[in-house]
Design a binder for this molecule. Sequence first.
Ligand SMILES: [Zn+2]
Length: 70
Amino acid sequence: MSNRQKPALVTKTITPGDPPPCLQPDYGTCRGCFGWPAMYDAALRGEPGWLGVAISCAVTGLTVVVREAE
Ligand SMILES: [Zn+2]
């Protein structure tokens, strides 16, 4: 294992659902979540506070968790 390589991340769907409407750039501010795309992006960047936590869209119910691959 090399420290220079970012760990591979996997997205696991906890609760299936339609993509959050705020993923569409013209949707504007979403009142249903704290910014699903921003939370998901943070997880995909490997920010520790967002790895392993449920990222849920209150509008569609889509809930995913991003973890480091085994
Ligand atoms: Zn949203």
